[in-house]
Every structure is written in structure tokens, then in C-alpha cells.
Design a protein around this ligand. Structure first.
Ligand SMILES: Cc1cc2nc3c(=O)[nH]c(=O)nc-3n(C[C@H](O)[C@H](O)[C@H](O)COP(=O)(O)OP(=O)(O)OC[C@H]3O[C@@H](n4cnc5c(N)ncnc54)[C@H](O)[C@@H]3O)c2cc1C
Length: 265
């Protein structure tokens, strides 16, 4: 039996949803459960506990009571705090719309005002300090939230390159970024077919001198190739690179996390 976490999650309530593009859906949560939410944690990750199909809010909440069942029955998925407006007690999370077989994407697509889920976190932010001479950022849709939050937190004079890989031209959006960051969009229509486009793009850029910091995340095999290139070919020190596999073709999140733990061991 898998045991659930003993702590009670914040139970967040949906205020609204907005389609940012065909494959990216913003869910805005609001309400008193966001009192005391840590400030400046945009880009940090969190664990979302998803209600089971048809489960009432009362039953969901009862589950986390001190005398609730011990067994873990709810799917838990990792997401990113995209924006937080403490004055309004509002929080945004952006969900990739990638079909209806995953409980998180399914929950997001059905979400409407009043829908709810459990929230654990946030973690520490991934990039605590900006000290580089230039920056390299790369993301598919799942990592747009961390890369966009990072671009918004960077100093105005930051310089570098950002590459975003999305499934359609309609997923290209205006991104807030320092003027010195050159942005390129790549289109790869079927995210379930492995892509080499980001790696080819990164290998093609004019490599600059000085300290490089990265913020890179996305599909695991793309990340593996980018990590090899940065660490082995370009000798970028690990301490300057945030680079992380966020999902893997053909694996549900629990299987992907298990694979990452085995690789790290
Ligand atoms: C630190 C971290 C932060 C993350 N932040 C975000 C975020 O802010 N927004 C976000 O959308 N995702 C984010 N992810 C990725 C997210 O956790 C996974 O995509 C997760 O698998 C989604 O759960 P699910 O229930 O929808 O699908 P699962 O049940 O996990 O998987 C079902 C199927 O969908 C496929 N799949 C999963 N994700 C994708 C995808 N993005 N595109 C195409 N197919 C997919 C799987 O390979 C599997 O075949 C983050 C991951 C990590 C590790």
C-alpha cells in the first residue's frame, strides 16, 4: 500500500481558467487558503493532489483529516507556480493540454470556477541568483512556466538566447523578457515523437565568452542530449546549470520520477 503524505495540503479553489494558446491552459486559483503563501516563489515547483473523478469536495477534504485513511489514492503531479498576486490572494498554474489520458491534464481541461485540488509546496526557487555574462533558456510547453518566470525575474540588462519548442504556430505568444534575450520559436507538431530540433538549435548558436547560466527543462530525452552537450562538450559547470527533465514520452509521472531517481543513484 502506498501511504499518503501525513500533512494536509492547501485546498485551492479555481477562480477562472483561460486558454493562453491551443495547448496551454492557465488556471487561476483564489481564496483564503492562499493567505501566507511564500512571496517571490514564481518558478518554484509544487505537488498537485488531484481529486478522483466524481469525488465531492467534502470527501476530498475528509481524506486529509488527521484521522483520514492512510492509503495514497489520489494522483499527485508536479507543476510550477507561474504567478502569484499576494494582494489578491491569487495564484496561476499553466497546464499543458496534452490529451486526456493524464489525470492532471484531464483535471485542468474540466476545471471551472469552484473546482478544487490539493497543493503541497512551493519548493525553493530554482535560480536564486543571476550572475551570468549570458543566459541560455530552453523549454517545451511544460517548462514555459519556469522559463517565463525566470525571464521576468532576470535583471533588465541580461543578455542571451531563449528557445521555445511548441506544437503549433498558434502556440507562439508574446513573452515578457529583457531586451537582450534573443527569442526563437520552433514548431514540433507531435510532442510524442522525439525531437532533435532544440539540440540542433543550441549547437548552432554563436557560443559567447564569459559565465553562462541556464534554465532548461522539458521532455527527458531532449534534456539528456542538451545536458550532455553543455557538460561534456561545452564544459559548463553544473552549478551554473538548471536543467531538468519534466516528463518523458510514454511514461506517466510516477514512472518518470522513478527512472530519474534510478539514474541519479
Ligand atoms: C519540476 C517540474 C515542474 C513542472 N511544471 C509543469 C507546469 O507548470 N506545467 C505543465 O504542464 N507541466 C509541468 N511539469 C510536467 C508535468 O508534471 C508532467 O507533464 C506530468 O506528466 C503531467 O501529468 P498528467 O497527469 O497530465 O500526465 P501523466 O499521467 O503523467 O502522463 C500521461 C501520458 O501523457 C504524457 N505526457 C505527460 N506530460 C506531457 C506533455 N507535457 N506533453 C505531451 N505528453 C505528455 C506521458 O508521457 C504519458 O504518456 C513539470 C514537471 C516537473 C518535474
Amino acid at each position: 500500500m502506498l501511504k499518503r503524505l501525513k500533512r494536509r495540503p492547501r485546498i485551492l479553489t479555481v477562480q477562472s481558467t483561460r486558454q493562453l494558446s491551443p495547448h496551454l491552459l492557465r488556471v487561476t486559483f483564489a481564496g483564503p487558503e492562499l493567505e501566507g503563501f511564500p512571496l517571490k516563489h514564481e518558478g518554484a515547483n509544487c505537488k498537485l493532489v488531484l481529486p478522483r473523478d466524481g469525488e465531492s469536495r467534502a470527501d476530498f477534504e475528509a481524506y486529509f483529516a488527521p484521522d483520514g485513511p492512510e492509503e495514497k489514492v489520489h494522483p499527485v503531479r508536479t507543476y510550477t507556480v507561474r504567478s502569484h498576486r499576494p494582494d489578491k490572494l491569487e495564484l496561476d498554474i499553466d497546464f499543458v493540454v496534452h490529451g486526456d489520458e493524464g489525470p492532471a491534464t484531464r483535471w485542468a481541461q474540466a476545471a471551472k470556477p469552484g473546482s478544487y485540488l490539493g497543493f503541497f509546496g512551493p519548493s525553493q526557487t530554482k535560480i536564486a541568483e543571476f550572475y551570468a555574462d549570458w543566459y541560455l533558456l530552453a523549454a517545451d510547453l511544460s517548462a514555459m512556466p519556469i522559463v517565463e518566470a525566470t525571464l521576468e525575474a532576470m535583471p533588465d540588462e541580461a543578455r542571451g538566447v531563449a528557445v521555445f519548442e511548441v506544437p503549433s504556430a498558434e502556440d507562439i505568444r508574446d513573452i515578457k523578457a529583457p531586451k537582450g534575450i534573443d527569442i526563437t520559436w520552433l514548431i514540433h507538431e507531435d510532442p510524442h515523437v522525439p525531437s532533435t530540433a532544440q539540440v540542433a538549435f543550441v549547437k548552432s548558436i554563436d557560443w559567447r565568452s564569459g559565465v553562462l547560466q541556464t534554465c532548461i527543462a522539458g521532455e527527458s530525452s531532449v534534456i539528456r542530449s542538451l545536458r550532455d552537450y553543455l557538460h561534456n562538450d561545452r564544459k559548463v559547470p553544473k552549478k551554473d546549470t538548471y536543467i531538468s527533465g519534466y516528463w518523458k514520452i510514454g511514461l506517466v509521472e510516477d514512472e518518470h520520477q522513478k527512472m530519474k531517481r534510478a539514474e541519479a543513484a
